[in-house]
Design a protein around this ligand. Structure first.
Ligand code: SF4
Length: 755
């Protein structure tokens, strides 16, 4: 594929947060010269934020890889050919699998904020490796909520979203959409809520964030006490009988247990423990319960702190007890074209990790346990690891534990666009094409009632020496001897999708063991027949057919025509040709109840483990500081931080140092002014940071941003680290007992001024 060297505008998407806003990019040679919102995108409709303007720093920088690398015995890397790299990696993986079993292998990552198209190929690769060990950043954040969803609704992938745009009352807990987005067209939506006298916004957060500044009611909760606050709000709802009895009777079970649990708590003491007045708690409960509609949006602030799984349950009870589910302006389910997560059985069928025995949730394992699964003498320890599009050395808890564990691996392979901190620990590094050099898509399609999918065309040819993940995995699977050739299927694909469909179905019916390899089979057979080199999108053909068969009415409402297989064909054709994205489903609110997977069709409010955890909350339990008087909230989102794919520090327009924010009165007690340097010490390590005084902070709390601590070539000065590496301070041991999600938002630290 050759592309013009003169300036052209092309549609694609921003890849810096889960919203994946549609953008149009003016490209020149291999540069992203100008960027604007894409009005044709069905979800973002032209919206984008300031971070997208800096995407050229992702596409073009001096750490881009252009050749497979192999580590030499002295620790340096040598360039090798793709053929050598694939053959050697495949042989080592097969040897580890044959000598120690599939559980000795593991996989980490498989897609960032917008590069999910390689994910199904990674799944096929795990099948070839013979392992279920799948570690993901999602299991650093969301798995507690997924586990709760599994109990409430019947499957862990019954995932509720929130209708913030139509809600009369919107509640944001542990999230700052002004900076972290997460809701559709965040800043426009927030301003609309604020300006409308008939709507209300409640914000619960330890820092008076940009979103909190717009709120009608702001509750400055003490870090780690969210469960107390949410419990107090729920208890007020029960005390005042502000619950929706009709909804609870018609749609749920288990309310009596929940009511008894909430009636027992000392509400004022719970509120006090959270640092909130009883009057404010009562006002929050009243606003939520008496509104015509109320949507609750939560994020990392309550997911990566004490009681994170309990928080997820209590958060859900806020919209369930008030009947704000399955109706406009409430919380509800959404469709998935490509499911982002699966479901892990509990009980006798529960799958667990080999060393720590930690349970899988949504088929994922939490990064917090990975060092323990490697760095041990256990015979079933992990010995070989493949990391794709992830940088756990800096993005998972405890950088030093990760480094020590990775040094024990027999094989570490990293697939990435850049020479990351994790890649520097690898035995082999495979260079991937960037997200603008290949067909790509996000699977964060979480909208309701209208859901959309955006398959993105590449803006550029792959950088010489790089390959898309689909091709990398297919070559590896072939080299491992796990993929037969399918000449008849290839021939059928050349004749058309109908004869191909019949033969493909017959193949899977007679060889069900090939089902997990379906993405690579489709890539190799149907893929070459797709236009503009879209081979890696071939598996979406099967996804479109499954989706159309599951939700025919919703797909037709989205404008796709046909019956039976023709509806799936119509949907696939639209996905392939709509370069700004296309609507895939339009649901009715009544459809909500079809998504519930419990046999009785009801929401099961009672979760015994959660009731027990709630009953153990003790507002009088003393708070021990043990020499660490501050709570560090690690990983704040700001105007110029993003995930670790931005490696060149010049992308930032401000906050180059990634300052530690502290309340002015706390700073005064330490004799600090803005710009001073301090050491920040946790149980694990010490980092040096620059201080910024901020009266938006809660007393006793300090905050550091995420996405810093990366090394980058500096002009003539080797490699320089940019800002604090916060995961040197965090610990793998500090995690939720059910989900293994880390307590990044509750890290005890002390500060000392540097001379
Ligand atoms: S909201 Fe997210 S996806 Fe949209 S432009 Fe900003 S960073 Fe990119």
């Amino acid at each position: 594929m050759s592309r013009p060297e003169t300036a052209v505008w092309q549609p694609t998407a921003c890849i810096l947060c889960s919203r994946n806003c549609g953008i149009e990019v003016e490209t020149r040679d291999r540069e992203l010269v100008k960027i604007r919102g894409d009005k044709a995108h069905p979800v973002s409709t032209g919206y984008f934020c300031q971070k997208a303007q800096r995407l050229n720093f992702y596409q073009n920088h001096s750490d881009r890889l252009t050749s497979p690398l192999r580590r030499r015995p002295d620790g340096t890397f040598e360039e090798i050919s793709w053929e050598t790299a694939i053959a050697e990696i495949a042989a080592k993986l097969v040897a580890l699998r044959e000598n120690h079993g599939g559980q000795s292998l593991a996989y980490y990552g498989g897609g960032g904020q917008g590069n999910h198209l390689g994910g199904p190929y990674g799944k096929a690769f795990r099948t070839a490796m013979g392992t279920a060990n799948y570690y993901s950043a999602l299991a650093q954040e969301k798995t507690g909520g997924f586990w709760v969803d599994g109990r409430l609704y019947g499957r862990q992938n019954c995932h509720p979203t929130e209708d913030v745009e139509q809600a009369e009352v919107v509640v944001f807990i542990g999230t700052n959409p002004w900076q972290s987005h997460g809701i559709r067209n965040a800043r426009t939506t927030l301003i609309e809520i604020q300006k409308d006298p008939n709507r209300k916004m409640i914000v619960i957060d330890p820092r008076r964030t940009e979103t909190a500044a717009l709120a009608d009611l702001y509750l400055q909760v003490r870090p780690g006490t969210d469960a107390f606050l949410l419990g107090a709000i729920l208890a007020v709802m029960v005390r005042e009988d502000w619950v929706d009895h009709e909804f609870l009777a018609a749609r749920t079970t288990g309310f009596e247990t929940v009511r008894t649990m909430l009636e027992k708590i000392p509400i004022e003491a719970f509120a006090k423990r959270a640092g909130i007045s009883l009057a404010a708690v009562e006002e929050a409960a009243r606003l939520m319960a008496q509104a015509k509609s109320c949507a609750v949006r939560t994020d990392l602030g309550i997911e990566q702190t004490l009681n994170s799984t309990l928080n997820a349950w209590l958060r859900s009870l806020l919209f369930l007890l008030t009947g704000n589910f399955g109706k406009p302006g409430g919380n509800t389910f959404h469709t998935y074209l490509v499911p982002l997560i699966g479901h892990s059985e509990e009980g006798e069928k529960q799958m667990r990790s080999a060393v720590t025995g930690f349970p899988f949730i949504t088929n994922l394992l939490p990064p917090n346990i990975l060092p323990l699964e490697i760095d041990t003498d256990h015979p079933q320890r992990i010995r070989g690891l493949v990391v794709d599009s992830a940088n756990p050395v800096v993005s998972a808890a405890d950088t030093n534990a990760y480094r020590a564990a990775f040094a024990k691996l027999d094989l570490l392979v990293v697939i990435d666009v850049a020479l990351t901190e994790t890649a520097r620990e690898a035995h082999y590094v495979l260079p991937a094409a960037s997200q603008f050099e290949k067909w790509e898509a996000t699977f964060f399609n979480l909208e309701f009632p209208k859901n959309a999918f955006h398959l993105r065309k590449p803006l550029f040819d792959p950088l010489p020496g790089t390959l898309p993940e689909a091709e990398i995995y297919t070559r590896l699977i072939h080299a491992m001897g796990a993929l037969p050739d399918f000449p008849d299927l290839k021939a059928a694909a050349q004749k058309g999708r109908l004869p191909f469909a019949m033969m493909f179905q017959k193949l899977l019916a007679t060889h069900p063991e090939l089902l997990d390899l379906a993405p690579v089979i489709l890539y190799e057979t149907l893929g070459p027949t797709l236009p503009d080199g879209a081979a890696s999108a071939a598996f979406l053909w099967a996804s479109a057919h499954q989706f159309a068969a599951k939700y025919p009415e919703a797909v037709r409402r989205a404008g796709h025509q046909g019956d039976g297989p023709m509806l799936g064909e119509s949907l696939f054709a639209a996905i392939l040709s709509s370069h700004s994205g296309t609507l895939i489903s339009v649901n009715e609110y009544e459809d909500t109840w079809d998504f519930i997977r419990h046999k009785d069709g009801r929401i099961h409010l009672e979760i015994p483990e959660m009731v027990e955890a709630f009953n153990q909350l003790d507002p009088k339990e003393p708070v021990e500081t043990n020499g660490f008087p501050f709570v560090l909230v690690a990983g704040e989102r700001r105007s110029y931080n993003a995930n670790t794919i931005f490696r060149d520090p010049d992308w930032r327009k401000n906050d180059r140092e990634g300052a530690l924010r502290i309340h002015p009165e706390d700073a005064a007690t330490l004799g600090l002014v803005s710009g001073d340097k301090v050491t920040c010490t946790s149980k694990r390590s010490t980092v040096t940071v620059q201080v910024e005084l901020a009266d938006s902070m809660c007393r006793g709390v300090v905050m550091l941003p995420h996405g810093y601590g990366l090394e980058h070539p500096a002009n003539g000065a080797g490699r320089l680290r940019n800002g604090p590496r916060i995961n040197e301070l965090t610990s793998t041991a500090e995690m939720d007992p059910i989900a293994g999600t880390p307590y990044h938002k509750h890290v005890p630290v002390r500060l000392e001024k540097l001379a």
